[in-house]
Design a protein around this ligand. Structure first.
Ligand code: SAM
Length: 258
């Protein structure tokens, strides 16, 4: 039997690593790394830094790297494209499990933020175990998500008292508009700056962050109407400097005065 540990590493700050994650890191023989291309090199660097920092000096471990499958970000058939991407990723993981680890060994997959939030690693390992071509068992170690990193940096809460929260993508927010039954919407995976569609709504506040938890962190908060332009400018400048951007935001409807 081979063991896979799916370890949440937090959203960019090495200090997000939990003690449970440190203990898991120290059980791993081989770390599987999916290389998404040069632009995301710093995300791979963070994974290597975390191993160097938290794995005890005399423990031996190795890395197995594979190219992450490509996908069409602009396709209208989003669910079909992501389904195809995940089967390609499953094939890559199966190859690494077959070729890069011995029976009885433990592999680690270091997942950005928390593995249960907008990440397919758990689903992929479930499918690999069910397919039965590889005899694996797997466990999940939770991590600090980008959602929690953002609310902490802005010193705010995710929900208001007794109210629900919606966590969604830019694409879904564009399609459905601001959800009627909540006052708080957390938006991730939004390359299209969907918040701008709501900039005329004077009842909304925004808590926005890019590269949260990293040395490049940028935070902007305020009335959406007042700060939407500032966010767009900061976003464009950061994208130009780094070549890529990782940002998310909380939109909150202010309570109407009676
Ligand atoms: C594929 S999802 C992965 C989410 C991750 N599993 C988590 O728990 O945060 C990637 C999205 O998370 C958000 N994100 C991740 N890390 C972030 C960070 N450090 N700062 C701002 N947003 C971040 C961005 O919206 C990005 O598009």
């Amino acid at each position: 039997m081979k063991t896979i540990l799916i370890i949440g590493i937090g959203a960019g700050n090495p200090e997000h690593i939990t003690i449970q994650a440190v203990n898991a890191l120290n059980r791993v023989d081989v770390f599987f790394i999916m290389d998404k291309g040069e632009a995301k090199g710093s995300m791979i660097d963070l994974r290597r830094d975390i191993c160097a920092r938290f794995i005890t000096a005399n423990r031996k471990y190795r890395f197995a790297t594979a190219q992450s499958p490509q996908w069409d970000r602009h396709s209208g058939e989003y669910n079909a494209v992501i389904g195809g991407l995940n089967s390609d990723k499953q094939a890559v993981f199966e190859q690494m499990i077959a070729g890069e680890m011995q029976d009885g060994e433990t592999a680690g997959v270091l997942v950005w933020g928390d593995p249960s939030l907008y990440d397919s690693t758990i689903r992929i390992m479930t499918d690999i175990a069910a397919a039965g071509r590889q005899a694996i068992t797997y466990d999940v170690i939770p991590g600090i998500s980008s959602l929690h990193a953002l609310t902490a940096q802005h010193r705010t809460t995710l929900n208001t008292v007794g109210q629900p929260v919606e966590i969604t993508t830019g694409r879904r927010l564009t399609e459905g508009g601001f959800p009627p039954r909540t006052d708080s919407v957390f938006v991730m995976l939004d390359g299209d700056e969907t918040y701008r569609h709501f900039a005329e709504d004077d009842s909304l506040d925004i808590y926005w962050g890019a590269y949260v938890g990293t040395p490049d962190e940028i935070l902007i908060a305020g009335r959406l109407k007042d700060v939407a332009g500032q966010i767009a400018q900061a976003r464009a400048a950061a994208k130009k400097t780094h070549g890529w951007i990782m940002d998310s935001y909380l939109l909150r409807r202010r309570r109407q005065k009676d």
